[in-house]
Structure formats: C-alpha cells, structure tokens
Unconditional design. Sequence first.
Length: 264
Amino acid sequence: MTTRGHSGPRLRWGATRLLVGYSAAGAALLMWEVIGRSSSTGLIPPVSVALGEAWAFVTGPRLVEDVLPSVLRILAGFILGSVLGAALGVVLGYFRSLEPWTRPLLEFLRAIPPPALLPIAVLVLGATNSMRVIVIGLGAFWPVLLSATDGTLRVDRGYLDVARVSGLSSGQALRRVVLPAAMPMIASGLRTALGIALVMMVISEMVAASSGLGFFILQSQRTYALADMFAGIIVLGVLGWFMTVGFVALERRLLAWYEGQKGR
C-alpha cells in the first residue's frame, strides 16, 4: 500500500518535469527561429534551415565522411582512457601505500587542461588519427582514474578481510570484491569522462584534420557556410545526447543492485 501511495505522485512529478523540459526546449527553438528570421546580418540562420541542413548532413555522404569517423574516434579514445584509468585507479586504491606517493603528481597532471596537450601530441605523433584517439583517451583518463582510486579507497575493509579469510588471492579479491564495490564511483567518473571525450574529439578534429564533425564545423565557419556550421553543431549535440542516454541506460542496467540498495 505504501509503495502504491508513493508511485502516483512520483509519476506525476516525472511527467511534469518532462513537460516543462520539452516546453522549454520548444520555446528556445521558437526564439531561435524568430531571431533567425528577423536578423538582417544572416549570422544566425533560422532553426528550420539549420535542421534541414542537419537532416541532409546525416542522410548524405557526410554521414560516412564526417560523422562515422568522429564516432569511431570518440569510442576508441573513450574506451582506451577509461580502461587504463579504471585499471590504474583500482590498483592505486587497493595498494593504499602507493596512493599518498602518487596523488600529488596525479593531481598536478589532472589540473593541466587536456586541450593544452594537443600541441605536444601533434608535435610528437603528427596530425594522425592515432593522435586524435590518444588525445581523446587522455581527456577521458583522468576523471576515471581519480574516481576509481577514490571508489576503491572507500571499499569497506571488512569486505577485504572476508575475502582473505575465504582464501581469495589479491587478484581474485580485486575482481570479485573491490571492483564491484567501486563501480558506482567508477561509473560517475565514466559519465564525466564521456563529456570530456566529446570535447576533445571536436578540438582534435579542428587541427590539421580532413574529416570529422570538428573539421566540418570549422571549415563551414571559414567558408561562411553558417547554415552548415549550425547543422554540424546540431548533429554534434544529438550525437552527444544519444551517447549520454545510452550510457545512462547501460549504467542503470549494470548497477541495478546499487540503485536497489539506495531504495530507488
């Protein structure tokens, strides 16, 4: 009875939030259309024109020439940075004697904005596809590393004592006890890393590139094809939205046990 009593208001509140959110988005698009129609400079095309160009963008050859390379780069860089960050973070958190020695250096390196590393990457690796993947991976690496370290440090020592009494090796304890317990924190870092990876993808494609959404947006701005530029930005936003929605859905599925513990 208590669950049913609370489910009704919760559903109504969720529907209200969706309605307000979509209404705000609709109002913003309408304002964009009005400003674009009334502008005499042509710097801001109407949203209807930009959406039409965006549709032509994803249904034409640009889908393979620019969107697909960007998707592959961000996926490769995100996976590379996330795997390395999670693995190193769990190790540093598990072997706690290492953490005080490495934390100052890691905090210093994390404080360096990832875009500042792009000139070094171009100098060392050249303007190659591998360089862009590595730069994206560096952007994703730090939030995952720090979240994995903190998540592992917060694992209850009692769990580790039980693992030792049960005869588990360090590797087995990491895999069966520490990693699952640290996953909520790691997931939080992964969500942050996804946004940073998207930013780094765009920035890396604006430097000596020949394909990708970042390249297309910059080239459109340089040639004053403003409708195309806004179309590229719209496609980029939709891509980021799809990736976020997909990640959240996967996170909820993999961490359903954790959501249940929180009483949600």
